[in-house]
Every structure is written in structure tokens, then in C-alpha cells.
Ligand binder design. Structure first.
Ligand SMILES: Cc1cc2nc3c(=O)[nH]c(=O)nc-3n(C[C@H](O)[C@H](O)[C@H](O)COP(=O)(O)O)c2cc1C
Ligand code: SF4
Length: 437
């Protein structure tokens, strides 16, 4: 079944990342129109609100509503910022890099429209340090746009001015959390801040700030060009538009696909990713990046949208699907994830600092063969102590959610690991039964 695409539509050209390539496809026209035909900041925010666009960085918060939290510039004359979150470190998630690498001017135009709507003085794009080519492409795009009078002082001869700066992260997942990101941008250790105060009131350097994901901002020029109604024609009522779905793991054709929100996960797996690889069966899948938890194959008909995945006991997150075949070990996968969260916890909150380490130790014990029956309950008790909302940021939740999902959906596998003395024992038992390696 074919569907309308827009997010990836300009990327076929060799020069899609250049100003020439972008303008040849109508780039910057909508920004010029907004500026020259006098669409007010409020009009732009209202159009984004009407579109129903939800943040693509994980929480799915309505973007227009978030923008309207910025204080009235007539009453609050502080400097105003937006930080674009290009840290993209959630395991499984690899969509923002495609935008930055192939269509960086689209992101720049989105930043300019957001800057007009929120009357920003400057935008900071915080890029994951490992993303060298995407960083270079966005950097070059900003330089080209500046030369063309689209960034900086008195843009296109108007009284609108906005700077766009870039910053490279240094490989810490926690710097993708919005307040950790701001601390890092300020040159400090990326320790998340307690909220409130929220960024719109006290953000970068204590000034009003909005934090948005790359894909979120990239949607904005399309919405302004084609209208909120057009956008609502894709996806579904509560989750409109298309999304970039990164699908990885044990599939024939892993990749980043543009799909309407609400497409059933089975269709994504079978029609786009070519099904489970090597003719095997699906054993488990994660719908929206590593923090959203493991689901069983019986949930594979769930539509990929915020409400449906919540009802299925998971989350849409970043829309990054990770698929595991019937020969994969859920215990091993959970162990890999817990090692990640243990390593990435910033250590400020004891529940998270100790909890992530203990979860990783328990999964390791189960994997190695020293697991005890009571460890299964211990995993639940620990995860209950870590989330929800018990810590400064949601990294603790991000470790607790997959843990709960393993106990809820794959308890039998945990019991097998206890019964057979770990991974080697489980493999030996499988061989006896003739079930592959
Ligand atoms: C531990 C942690 C890591 C995060 N990493 C990212 C990230 O890499 N990119 C991102 O856009 N959002 C990330 N988020 C979510 C951000 O805090 C924030 O909600 C998001 O950038 C807001 O943008 P949106 O409203 O456009 O989705 C992370 C959150 C947590 C708790
Ligand atoms: S929850 Fe974890 S990562 Fe977040 S602030 Fe607390 S210790 Fe740091």
C-alpha cells in the first residue's frame, strides 16, 4: 500500500544537502513567504498547534503547545533560545542523522520558522559527537544560509534577526535529556536539572528556552507550506503526520522508512523491513527505542502511534523498532540494555545510580547461571523503586520499563535461565530438543 511521503522526498538528489539543491526543490520559499507576507509569530504557532504535530524526541508532547509556554516577549525581555536536540543516543534510534546528512537546510528552515514563531534570539543545535558527517553537513548549511542572508542580522532585509549555532556532544546519552543538554551546552557536566522550573521559564543560562527534536522541527516548514489540514490528513487524529521509522535487528531490510503514524507494526515489519530474517519467527520486539520495553509477537498488529502503543503496555517513543528472532535471548538483550543504562546514568539519584547497576548485575547473574528464582521478583521490586517519576530525569524509568516488560512478557524465559543454569544450559537444553542454536 502506498502512502504520501514528504520527509524523505527531497533526498534523492546528489546535491540535496546543498543550498542549490534545496532551493531547486522550493527550499526557503515558505520562510520567505511567512516573513514577507507578514504571518505573525502567533499565526505560525497556531498553525503548528492546529496540525497536532507531536514531538518526535520520545515523549510525544504537542509542539505548538510547547511553543506557547514561552513567555510573552513584551512582558519578559530576556534573551530567548531554542535548543535543537540532535543527540540521538537512544539505542535503536537513527532517524535524525538521515535528516541532518541528506536535508540539512530543511532543518535550518524549520529553525528559522520556530525562531520567528517564538521570537528567538538564537538557536543551538546540539549534535551527538559521533555524527561527524551530519554535523559537517548542518554546519555547512548554516554557513551557506548565512551567506545568502537567511541567518544572522536583519534576515532578508527584514527586522528579524536570528543566530544559529552548533555544538558537538561527547558521547553521553544523558546529554539528550533536555536539561542535561542545556547544562552541557553551558559548558558544565551534563547533569539533568530538577523540574520545575521548566525550560520555558528557566532554560539555557536561565533564559526562556524551548527544546525540540530534529525531526519535530523538520516537520514545521512542510506544515507551514501545505497547511495543518494537509498534515492531519496523514496518520490519525491524535497522532497526525508521518514519522521516520528506524527498524533494526533481525529483519531482512533494516533501515529508516517514512510511514504514516498508526501503520500496524506488522505491516512495517513485513512490507517495509522484509520480515524477520532467515525465514525465522519473531520472538520479541521493541516498538520505540530501547526504553519502551519488549513486547510479545501477539502485539505485532498494534498501530504505531502514541495511544495504541500505550494501550498495548508500551510507548511510541522515537518510533524506532528493534526486532528479535526466535533464536535470540531476551535475557541477553535485557543485559545489554541494562549495561548501557548503568554506564549512562549520571549518578545524581541513588535509585538510578544503584538501581541500574543492580539490574545489570541480576541479568548478568541469570545469564551466567547463578540466577535464583527470587531474582525474578527482585527485578520487579527494584524497577518499582526506580520509576515512575521517582528521580530527577526519566533515565531511571528508561531502565525500569524494559525490566518490567521482560518479567511481564518473558517470565518463562527467565525461569528457564534459572532452571538450566544460564545461557549455556539453555542452549544445551534447546539442542536436546532440536531447536537450533
Ligand atoms: C535519558 C534521556 C535521553 C534523551 N535523549 C534524547 C535525544 O537524544 N534526542 C531527543 O530529541 N530527545 C531525547 N530525550 C527527550 C528530551 O528530553 C526531550 O523530551 C525532547 O528533546 C523534546 O523534543 P520534542 O518535544 O520535539 O520531542 C531524552 C530523554 C531522556 C530522559
Ligand atoms: S535519573 Fe539517573 S540519569 Fe537522571 S538525573 Fe537521576 S541519576 Fe542522573
Amino acid at each position: 500500500m502506498s502512502h504520501e511521503t514528504y520527509l524523505l522526498s527531497r533526498m534523492d538528489r546528489e546535491d540535496s544537502h546543498t543550498l542549490k539543491g534545496y532551493q531547486a526543490q522550493g527550499g526557503y520559499k515558505v520562510f520567505e513567504k511567512v516573513l514577507k507576507e507578514g504571518m505573525t509569530p502567533l499565526d505560525v504557532t497556531e498553525e503548528v498547534k492546529a496540525s497536532g504535530l507531536r514531538g518526535r524526541g520520545g515523549a510525544g508532547f504537542p509542539t505548538g503547545l510547547k511553543w506557547s509556554f514561552m513567555p510573552d516577549p513584551e512582558k519578559d525581555t530576556r534573551t530567548r533560545y531554542m535548543a535543537v536536540n540532535a543527540d540521538e543516543s537512544e539505542p535503536g534510534t537513527c532517524k535524525d542523522r538521515v535528516i541532518m546528512r541528506e536535508d540539512p537546510h530543511g532543518l535550518v528552515e524549520g529553525c528559522l520558522l520556530a525562531a520567528h514563531a517564538m521570537r528567538l534570539d538564537a538557536v543551538y543545535i546540539y549534535v551527538r559527537g559521533e555524527y561527524r558527517l551530519p554535523y559537517d553537513r548542518v554546519f555547512a548549511a548554516i554557513a551557506e544560509a548565512r551567506k545568502a542572508g537567511l541567518v544572522g542580522q536583519n534576515i532578508l532585509g527584514s527586522d528579524f534577526s536570528c543566530e544559529i549555532h552548533m555544538h558537538k556532544g561527547a558521547g553521553a546519552y544523558i546529554c539528550g535529556e533536555e536539561t542535561g543538554l542545556m547544562e552541557s551546552l553551558e559548558g558544565k557536566r551534563g547533569h539533568p536539572r530538577p523540574k520545575p522550573p521548566f525550560p520555558a521559564g528557566f532554560g539555557l543560562w536561565g533564559q526562556p528556552t524551548t527544546v525540540n527534536n530534529v525531526e519535530t522541527i523538520f516537520n514545521v516548514p512542510f506544515i507551514l507550506e501545505r497547511g495543518a489540514e494537509w498534515f492531519r490528513g496523514m496518520g490519525n487524529e491524535k497522532s497526525p503526520g508521518n514519522f521516520l521509522c528506524g527498524i533494526s535487528g533481525h529483519v531482512e531490510k533494516p533501515g529508516v522508512y517514512e510511514l504514516p503514524l498508526g501503520m500496524p507494526a506488522r505491516q512495517v515489519l513485513e512490507e517495509y523491513a522484509g520480515g524477520v530474517w532467515k525465514g525465522r519467527q519473531l520472538k520479541a520486539w521493541i516498538p520505540g527505542g530501547s526504553s519502551t520495553g519488549f513486547l510479545k509477537p501477539d502485539a505485532i498488529d498494534t498501530p504505531m502511534d502514541h495511544d495504541s502503543l500505550k494501550a498495548a503496555g508500551s510507548m511510541f517513543g522515537t518510533g524506532a523498532m528493534i526486532m528479535l528472532d526466535d533464536q535470540a535471548s531476551v535475557v541477553k538483550s535485557a543485559l545489554v540494555l541494562m549495561n548501557f543504562y548503568d554506564h549512562e546514568s549520571c549518578g545524581q539519584c541513588s535509585q538510578c545510580r544503584e538501581g541500574t547497576q543492580w539490574l545489570s548485575q541480576i541479568f548478568q547473574r541469570l545469564y551466567d547461571g547463578g540466577g535464583r528464582t527470587e531474582d525474578i521478583q527482585l527485578l520487579t521490586d527494584l524497577a518499582n523503586g526506580m520509576a515512575p517519576g521517582k528521580t530527577i530525569c526519566a533515565l531511571s524509568d528508561a531502565a525500569a520499563i524494559p525490566t518490567h516488560s521482560v518479567v511481564r512478557n518473558f517470565k518463562e524465559e527467565l525461569e528457564l535461565y534459572v532452571q538450566h543454569g544460564g545461557h549455556q544450559g539453555v542452549l544445551a537444553a534447546r539442542k536436546l530438543e532440536g531447536v537450533g542454536a
